[in-house]
Design a protein around this ligand. Structure first.
Ligand code: V47
Length: 411
């Protein structure tokens, strides 16, 4: 006789059919009532994942019809040297460690020329917290990108520097006062330094802030996984200051590591409150344009023992983000991290944007691959059409791009 058959592990019953509990949430969503954290927990727990996707899809359709956005962009990481050692991060290197780099302006000019030749409308530039680069490097970086593009007749948008980098720059420029003062006066002093940095960068040509560095707005998760990074209050203050200067920004949430679903929902609630504030400030003020849920990639990080979120959790999180963040217009399924096939599904579950052509991406490498992660505009359009949506090329500010080969203008 062969080896004894082991009992198959008990399987959960297949995902149930319709969840009647979703009806009251659907009714709330249709009447424009804001969902509570408890509603969010219900959505995360429902076995009727397709019902959840349908409700999120109805919101996405009300906002954007069948349109799904993409852009032609390039990522340019100016350095991977970082004073921090966040446990989830595989990108950072220490100075003199093999593979560490810092780009000079000749390199930046060369990459911008390639970006413009490839028809890019945006350069997305972020980096580690370099301990020694002088303050002048950063406005110079923005100016170099803008001027190189302008010489080629392109009004390339620079979306650069996460809130974490902005605070680092304020420290380097020695304008970050009151760092250890918990009073309102301390906060006002810190915000003044942040405002100074952002206005200098804006004067150099900075167009908007990306959504990175937010991780999860929770002190427990912060202290365990990215101690040393700014906390949620400061991240939000940087975005408030950018909005005050008339710049739009994005927001992310990095999920699927050591956080709980409830903590994700609290993060989303904090973002929508900050967005309420931004929208109350009226015209001339910027706001959050997009929420980008980022699934955690364990490979090569200090949290490599964790499995990372599975496909259905990613789908669920996109849908929940669409439903909870009722005042942020766009939900981005960043194809680099979600994969293109999953991003297609997400276009039917709340997402309306897949990000762009990217070309080089150094922060996460799918399947342990290299940094060359490029997809053509044609492939993005094809994927969007296959998902039953209408592809629309956008610029960074979600204006339609009218294109004639590599030359373009916004509608
Ligand atoms: O801030 C780092 C995250 C972010 C890992 O604004 C990781 O349009 C998963 O913010 N697994 C950078 N995520 C990326 C980012 C972004 C991407 C695309 C578009 C936009 C936008 C913003 O990536 C970091 C961090 O939260 N990250 N390591 C990892 N192992």
């Amino acid at each position: 006789m062969g080896a004894m058959a082991t009992a198959a592990p008990e399987l959960a019953p297949p995902a149930a059919g319709r969840d009647p509990g979703l009806d009251s949430i659907r009714a709330k969503v249709e009447s424009g009532e804001r969902l509570t954290l408890e509603d969010g927990e219900f959505l995360y727990g429902t076995p009727d994942i397709w019902g959840l996707c349908r409700v999120a899809h109805s919101v996405r359709t009300r906002l954007h019809g069948a349109v799904a956005y993409y852009n032609v962009n390039r990522h340019l990481n100016y350095t991977n040297i970082c004073a921090l050692s966040c446990k989830f991060c595989e990108f950072y290197r220490k100075k003199d460690e093999p593979g560490s780099y810092t780009r000079d302006m000749a390199y930046v000019r060369q990459e911008v020329r390639k970006a413009v030749e490839g028809g890019a409308t945006e350069v997305h530039s972020v980096g580690g917290l370099h301990p020694y680069l002088p303050w002048e490097y950063y406005p110079d970086l923005v100016r170099t990108i803008r001027e190189t593009a302008r010489e080629m007749g392109s009004d390339l948008h620079v979306k650069a520097f996460t809130a974490v980098e902005v605070v680092h720059l304020a420290r380097i420029a020695k304008v970050y006062k009151g760092a250890s003062d918990p009073s309102e006066a301390g906060r006002a002093a810190r915000r003044e330094g942040i405002r100074w940095v952002l206005s200098q960068l804006k004067a150099a040509g900075l167009g908007s802030l990306p959504g990175g560095g937010a991780e999860v707005f929770d002190d427990r998760v912060h202290d365990e996984a990215y101690k040393g990074k700014i906390r949620s209050d400061v991240w939000l203050d940087v975005h408030r200051e950018a909005h005050g200067l008339g710049m739009n920004t994005n927001a992310t949430i990095l999920y699927g590591h050591i956080e709980q679903r409830r903590e994700r929902l609290v993060h989303m609630d904090m973002l929508r409150r900050a967005q309420d504030e931004a929208l109350r400030s009226g015209s001339g003020s910027g706001s959050f344009q997009a929420i980008i849920p980022l699934p955690f990639f364990p490979d090569g990080s200090d949290l490599e023992r964790l499995p990372g979120p599975a496909g259905l959790e990613n789908l669920r999180t996109i849908a929940v983000a669409r439903l909870m963040l009722d005042n942020i217009p766009h939900v981005k399924a960043f194809w680099i991290m979600q994969t293109l096939p999953m991003a297609q599904l997400m276009l039917r579950a709340g997402a309306d944007d897949v990000d762009g052509t990217v070309v080089w991406y150094d922060i996460t490498k799918v399947g342990g691959g290299g940094t060359h992660q490029e997809v053509s505009a044609w492939s993005l359009q094809k994927a969007i059409r296959e998902a039953g949506c209408e592809p629309v090329e956008r610029d960074t500010l979600y204006r339609r791009v009218i294109r004639d080969g590599r030359t373009w203008r916004v509608a």
